[in-house]
Ligand binder design. Structure first.
Ligand code: KIV
Length: 271
């Protein structure tokens, strides 16, 4: 029997049951009310209000500029469109790295001001104290290992992480630590599929992959990428389910033509 179909509201416990049952977890990003409502009604398990909003909503090159106030605005819009999905919100760069007290204060602002169900933060050993403190306050935390875009200037590139033994060993250690610190799940971004398989089998909590292969317990994609709104971003891991960019361009060009030719509005489209 499918756990997904049985539940009215997806919780962190549901995700664990999905993993235990061998059912995959579906996750997608959203940043506003209208798309969140469509994704929720379509039956997505988890909606991530990702700091990728910095790229796809605000047009920044990296995820670093987005602020806590801005992610709170996006998350509170998303939550108004959601009935069933679990909503996870990224802690932005600079809102949790200083110390665990700051991390908890940021997580509390997100939970109080948006109504979201969980937070996500990037990193392993170095953020454990913050994770423990947030979890102790009753806020579910999703971890994020592998390519962690908030550290892009440390890595210098968005290529696959943990191909080398030392980095792979550190990632496995971090995965165990995240689990032991109370994370309910973790994102594994852009790591070899064999390593993601090993981690997914090693930890009890669900792993959600992006560019981490088929053995993760779930998958996440950025909505603008999988709907084909972005044209420039073409990594190997991305499957495009729609090609919206030319469709939207065509529709807008059609509208421009109708306005210019005085075809729109017609008699029946006016009062
Ligand atoms: O911000 C985001 O969209 C993310 C996903 C890529 C996992 O963190």
């Amino acid at each position: 029997m499918s756990v997904h179909k049985d539940v009215k509201k997806i919780t962190t416990n549901t995700l664990q049951k999905l993993k235990n049952n061998g059912e995959k977890i579906s996750m997608i990003t959203a940043y506003d009310f209208s798309f969140a409502r469509i994704f929720d009604e379509a039956g997505i398990d988890v909606i991530l209000v990702g700091d990728s909003a910095s790229n796809v909503m605000a047009g920044h090159e990296t995820t670093l500029p987005i602020t806590l106030d801005q992610i709170i605005y996006h998350a509170s819009s998303v939550i108004r469109g959601v009935n069933r999905s679990l909503v996870v919100v990224d802690l932005p760069f600079g809102s949790y790295q200083s110390n665990s007290k700051e991390a908890l204060a940021s997580a509390i602002r997100i939970m109080k001001e948006t109504g979201a169900h969980a937070v996500k933060l990037e990193g392993g050993e170095e953020v454990l104290e913050s994770i423990k403190r947030i979890v102790a306050a009753g806020v579910p935390v999703m971890g994020h290992l592998g390519l962690t875009p908030q550290s892009i200037y440390k890595f210098g590139t968005y290529t696959v992480r943990a191909r080398e033994e030392t980095e792979a060993e550190k990632l496995k250690k971090d995965a165990r630590l995240l689990q032991d610190s109370g994370c309910f799940a973790m994102v594994l971004e852009k790591i070899p599929a064999t390593l993601a398989k090993e981690v997914s089998e090693m930890v009890v909590i669900p792993t959600i992959g992006i560019g981490a292969g088929k053995y993760c317990d779930g998958q996440v994609l950025v909505m603008h990428d999988m709907l084909g709104i972005n044209t420039e971003f073409k990594p190997r891991f991305l499957r495009k389910y729609l090609n919206l960019h030319p469709l939207i361009t065509g529709a807008v060009q059609h509208y421009i033509k109708d306005v210019k030719s005085n075809d729109f509005p017609n008699e029946s489209e006016q009062y």
